[in-house]
Write a protein that binds this ligand. Structure first.
Ligand SMILES: NC(=O)c1ccc[n+]([C@@H]2O[C@H](COP(=O)([O-])OP(=O)(O)OC[C@H]3O[C@@H](n4cnc5c(N)ncnc54)[C@H](O)[C@@H]3O)[C@@H](O)[C@H]2O)c1
Length: 341
């Protein structure tokens, strides 16, 4: 299979390219490198271009017999989307529409899309099922929902076959140590906690210690990026065998609190972490946990690397050896996908 991976120089896209190529597919990466890394593209060719560049897309579709697209390319900071929503509607929505048009012109009819639990907004039921109301509370989540709606109508009218994978919190790094998370700024809780343990940020900031959770801190569902990549492979197989277009939640179905994450990092680091307790941030739900039973049942997908200890250990190994990861700036960590800053 020839698969075009948009955003394949980014965190999840690069891990997925490796997994696809190991499984025998040809992974062609398209990335404008605005937020990705050239050296993360090692399992197939890199086309340095924007998803909105119609002539670059035309060339790719002429050069390679692309069977399907996995569409990761997007901006993905909740906080940034609250300050500059236009960036998110332009890049995540308008540019995705352009990609769909390029696919349509070339007759490419299968797509796996990176959606998010941010499309649900504040959950009214935990664990969250795919049927849960989608009421995003920030432009990032809204932009992902808008693309889901584009996919729906392209399916209805143009016969596009699609899967929307609603990720919860991606975490961890390639178990072989070849890839890892390398965002700038780094806003995700696990890498920021590790950076605090490594002395590369001053301390772990804990936002909210009075939630209605067992230890008072917010709970999230962390999924190892390798398990996430495997789910994309399963989604491609599903579409290839004629599976109906549909969304799937991707998570483990169990959550960990901020204090549990901190304790797991302390176990790996072998020392106590400096931390600071701060008030809750508005828009941070107490708990976000996936009901991913549909993906397990329909895609026959089983997360195998997502114990908290394995997530932290692989992430630690990557960050400890990686000189290229910047000492994170003062950016707030993002403990959630669904809330707003
Ligand atoms: N990381 C998570 O926990 C998480 C959770 C839910 C959903 N997602 C979604 O998964 C996808 C990947 O996330 P990530 O953490 O790997 O992000 P990332 O920023 O590491 O990767 C995104 C990549 O897309 C590229 N890109 C962005 N806009 C582009 C454009 N117009 N043309 C070409 N390339 C472009 C960037 O350069 C970058 O390499 C995103 O769509 C994100 O919204 C991520």
């Amino acid at each position: 299979m020839h698969v075009l991976i948009t955003g394949g120089a980014g965190y999840i896209g690069s891990h997925t390219a490796k997994i696809l190529s190991r499984a025998g597919s040809r992974a062609i990466v398209l990335d404008n490198l605005k937020r990705g890394h050239r050296d993360a593209v090692r399992w197939g060719p890199l086309v340095e271009a924007d998803i909105a560049d119609r002539s670059a897309l035309k060339e790719i579709f002429e050069k390679y017999p692309i069977d399907a697209v996995i569409h990761f390319a997007a901006f993905a900071y909740v906080g940034e989307s609250m300050q500059a929503p236009e960036l998110y509607f332009q890049n995540n929505v308008v540019n995705s529409l352009s990609l769909l048009e390029s696919m349509r012109a070339a007759g490419v009819r299968k797509i796996v899309f990176s959606s998010s639990c941010a499309t649900y907004g504040y959950p009214t039921e935990i664990p969250i099922r795919e049927e849960h109301a989608q009421q995003p509370v920030n432009p990032y989540g809204e932009s992902k929902l808008m693309v889901e709606r584009l996919l729906h109508w392209y399916g209805q009218i143009h016969g596009l076959a699609w899967v929307a994978l609603r990720y919860f919190n991606a975490a961890g790094a390639d178990p072989d140590g070849e890839l890892g998370e390398n965002h700038d700024p780094e806003t995700h809780l696990i890498p920021r906690t590790i950076l605090a343990a490594l002395g590369r940020v001053p301390c772990l900031q804990i936002f909210g210690t009075d939630y209605d959770t067992p230890d008072g801190t917010a709970i999230r569902d962390y999924l190892h990026v390798t398990d996430l990549g495997e789910a994309h492979l399963a989604a491609l197989k599903y579409l290839d065998s004629g599976g109906a277009s549909t969304p799937f939640n991707l998570g483990t179905g169990s959550g960990h609190s901020v204090r549990e994450v901190a304790a797991a990092v302390e176990r790996v680091a072998g020392r106590d972490l400096p931390y600071e307790e701060l008030p809750r941030r508005s828009g941070d739900p107490a708990s976000l946990i996936a009901d991913a039973s549909k993906a397990r049942r329909v895609l026959e997908w089983i997360p195998r690397h997502s114990s908290l200890d394995e997530i932290v250990r692989t992430s630690w190994n990557w960050l400890a050896k990686s000189a290229q990861v910047p000492a994170a700036s003062g950016a707030d960590q993002d403990t959630k996908e669904a809330g707003s800053e």
